[in-house]
Design a protein around this ligand. Structure first.
Ligand code: ADP
Ligand code: TRP
Length: 321
């Protein structure tokens, strides 16, 4: 059998997750990563470009790993580790920084956007793409699953690989991005895109009551019970599409007018709880020690690979006598 391709991705905590994050990012990832030789890295040194609160950073590292484990990633099927545990990443980033130019890095959309939003333009933020290139290239990565917003960063990684290879000889593989298929925008309780910045979310890892409260607050029109409802425009139905066990049946009831919004919401609460209940249990059972142990094992596996690659790199650039 052909060897599995290497998959590498970096995870950033996005705070308390909601079902939009789950359906749009975590679930698609969990469904695919097992087909590859997968590595998942918590990008804690990248986080340092904007986060200067040590307690918050520690919490984010734990939460990021715990969220993915709860969503179904298992350490048996992926190397899960922290960027800061493998110093070869910052070492390789330096070497790439010496190969690319300032005007080239200045074209990065993510950098320009962050500065435009008022983030401090620190040198770490500017060099962010070369640290990301190091993350990816150190492991001879074939594919990098990411959201659309990260596409340019993978192009930068390819460019860094090409620069190195043309200067010192073939060393790094050029990776391909794998852009997540759009599940479309999951609507929030007010019908706008679900987003923590709009405060319209249905939480992923909160109590049944919190989920019920959010679902019951979904905006609906004033169609009286007994009248047909429009499944194309109803927000409750839009969410049922991702959770219902028997969607055609529900659609029929909408069209026939044999269901009202209240009952539809109650059914939605139950379907959401049935789907995410097991994940919440895993999330709640994860101790600090369990997560630390997984990260420690991951760090050893990642370091074994990265240090070997860096040995070759050091020879090629001429620092090994
Ligand atoms: P938020 O908008 O709540 O700040 P993030 O930007 O942190 O969410 O989202 C992280 C990822 O979760 C995004 O890249 C996207 O893939 C997914 N995601 C977030 N909100 C939605 C949504 N409403 N519908 C589909 N996917 C979403
Ligand atoms: N920059 C990525 C993000 O914001 C996270 C990341 C860091 C990453 N290193 C990576 C993603 C390597 C893919 C590969 O989401």
């Amino acid at each position: 059998m052909a060897e599995k391709k290497r998959l590498f991705t970096g995870l950033q905590s996005s705070g308390e997750l909601h079902i939009g994050n789950y359906l749009g990012a975590l679930k698609p990832f969990v469904e695919m990563y097992g087909q590859y030789d997968s590595m998942l890295m918590v990008a804690d040194y990248h986080a340092l470009t904007s986060l200067k609160d040590p307690d918050q950073l520690r919490k984010n590292i734990f939460d990021t790993v715990a969220d993915y484990l709860a969503a179904g990633v298992t350490p048996e099927n992926a190397v899960i580790f922290q960027q800061s545990d493998v110093p070869e990443h910052t070492e390789a980033a330096w070497i790439f920084e010496c190969l690319v130019t300032v005007p080239f890095l200045m074209q990065a959309h993510a950098y320009k956007d962050k500065v435009a939003r008022g983030l401090e333009a620190n040198a770490g933020l500017f060099n962010y793409p070369m640290l990301m290139a190091a993350d990816i290239l150190l492991y001879d990565t074939d594919i990098v699953p990411i959201g659309q917003d990260q596409r340019q960063h993978v192009e930068y990684a390819r460019e860094a690989a090409a620069k190195f290879n043309s200067t010192y000889g073939q060393t790094f593989k050029e990776p391909q991005e794998l852009i997540r298929a759009e599940v479309g925008n999951i609507p929030g309780v007010d019908g706008k895109k679900m987003s923590k910045s709009y405060k319209n979310t249905i939480p992923l890892f909160d109590s049944d009551d919190a989920i019920r409260g959010a679902v019951m607050s979904i905006t609906t029109d004033s169609t009286p019970v007994g009248q047909p409802l429009n499944p194309q425009t109803d927000i409750v139905f839009a969410l049922h599409r991702h959770f219902a066990k028997n969607l055609p049946d529900l659609e029929k009831r909408y069209q026939e007018g044999t269901i009202g919004y209240k009952e539809s919401k109650e059914l939605l609460v139950q379907s959401i709880i049935d789907t995410i209940g097991p994940m919440r249990e895993i999330r709640a059972s994860l101790s600090h020690d369990a997560v630390s142990k997984i990260l420690k094992q991951g760090a050893e596996a990642a370091r074994a690979r990265a240090s070997q690659k860096m040995k070759d790199v050091r020879k090629k650039i001429g620092v090994t006598l």
